[in-house]
Design a protein around this ligand. Structure first.
Ligand code: FAD
Length: 382
């Protein structure tokens, strides 16, 4: 066993940490206040290779391991949690494209994602179908020249107000997962309209509903086989869940560092507050739980990189890390007292922001369903 990053991984971690502290951190709170996505963010992230992590080098990407994507998410999560959505989205979407699209499609679509010029989103959720996504109703009906026309509404889409292109799952056949296909849809067409959510957190990512009113899809914008879209997209979620876990752990670890420093500096009753067990013991618990959850996330990514089954570990990462991060950040906010409650401190915003990923990409219940099935066997689990 080896519990440390190797030299290259550690050097990469340091490089991303430096970039995130210098380039991303200054915008974390101002982007939240403006509540809109800053296009320059995608270009800055792309400049560091963070939008092309899972893209082959021949298409302008980094061709990085899943573990490297996790390291990047954790360090970016420390400084600008909302910027991690770009890592999560681009890694998930480019992975779907690399695994399922033709060489010509990859050559045409992936360089734009890697360069930050194409901001992509993924459209699965609908107003009537979230967790039970396989029951989705948005339809792609045959159009001209072997293509399709898209009709219906997708909702709760990360980067939905900004994205240029979307992986859209839509029904092309009968009921259930096998009637669903995946498409690479141009969102600049006039038949696409968007409406923004006014969210508690993640305010700079422009979560939105997208309405498709006969949006054209060309014949060569089908990803993989007709009817194979649901499975090919869902396979990518496994490891992206561990990346989400690390993004949340990054935000919580940064909050813990701030609370620890505060506990050294702040005095009450003539001594640093850290000398009160009521202050230091909760922080000790936070540090312990964070380390445990971090190991689960890293194990899931290590298993992915070694072609080992990892859906159970990824489900553990997804249900545990965002929930734990919210609890830890809450504790840190209380440790910092009235100053932590002010919008000048970052802890309050981090708390609002991480809660979103307790829901996004699947709730804890869905993850526990996966874990129970591994634990008990399908015949004995919900
Ligand atoms: C910040 C954020 C970003 C998101 N980004 C995207 C995106 O980019 N693209 C996209 O397509 N979607 C996105 N989503 C949507 C997200 O994937 C869905 O919200 C999620 O799948 C849950 O669906 P729902 O909210 O409709 O809840 P529902 O499915 O209506 O569930 C409501 C509650 O019931 C529980 N529940 C449902 N079924 C079961 C069951 N079988 N057993 C136990 N409990 C159950 C759920 O856990 C939940 O607590 C995002 C959501 C958020 C909050």
């Amino acid at each position: 066993m080896d519990y440390s990053f190797d030299e290259d991984q550690e050097a990469y971690r340091t490089e991303v940490a430096r970039f995130a502290a210098k380039v991303l951190a200054p915008h974390y709170q101002s982007d939240d206040k403006k509540a809109e996505f800053r296009r320059q963010l995608a270009l800055d992230m792309a400049g560091m290779g963070l939008t092309g992590l899972r893209i082959p080098e021949q298409y302008g990407g980094q061709e990085a391991t899943a573990l490297i994507a996790g390291i990047a998410a954790e360090e970016v999560g420390r400084h600008d949690f909302n910027a991690t959505y770009l890592i999560i989205n681009t890694a998930l979407i480019s992975d779907v494209i690399v695994r399922n699209a033709t060489d010509e499609q990859q050559a045409s679509w992936l360089p734009g994602i890697a360069s930050g010029e194409t901001v992509p989103c993924i459209c699965i959720t609908e107003p009537g179908h979230g967790t039970d996504a396989a029951a989705m109703e948005v339809k792609a009906v045959p159009g001209e020249d072997g293509g399709w026309m898209l009709h219906g509404e997708k909702t709760s889409i990360t980067l939905g107000m900004t994205a240029d292109r979307a992986v859209v799952l839509a029904r092309t056949g009968g009921p259930g997962a096998r009637g669903i296909s995946a498409f690479w849809v141009d969102l600049s067409h006039e038949s696409v309209t968007r409406s923004a959510f006014d969210d508690l957190g993640g305010r700079s990512i422009g979560r939105a509903s997208l309405h498709f009113d006969g949006t054209p899809i060309a014949a060569d914008e089908l990803i993989g086989e007709e009817g194979g879209g649901f499975v090919s997209v869902m396979q990518g979620f496994d490891y992206s869940r561990a990346i989400i876990g690390l993004a949340c752990i990054g935000a919580a670890s940064e909050s813990l560092d701030e609370a620890v420093q505060w506990s050294r500096d702040r005095e009450a009753f003539g001594q640093p507050i850290g000398r009160f067990q009521g202050v230091s013991f909760p922080l000790a618990e936070c540090a312990t739980h964070l380390r445990g959850a971090r190991h689960v996330c890293l194990e899931a990514l290590w298993r992915k990189d070694n072609d080992l089954e990892h859906s159970e570990e990824a489900a553990m990462a997804k249900f545990w890390a965002p929930k734990l991060a919210a609890e830890v950040i809450h504790q840190c906010l209380l440790t910092i007292g009235h100053v932590g409650y002010s919008s000048e401190a970052k802890v309050g915003q981090r708390l609002r922001d991480v809660i979103g990923l307790e829901i996004g990409d699947g709730t804890a219940q869905v993850s526990k369903l996966v874990i129970s099935r591994h634990l008990l066997g399908r015949a004995y689990a919900p």
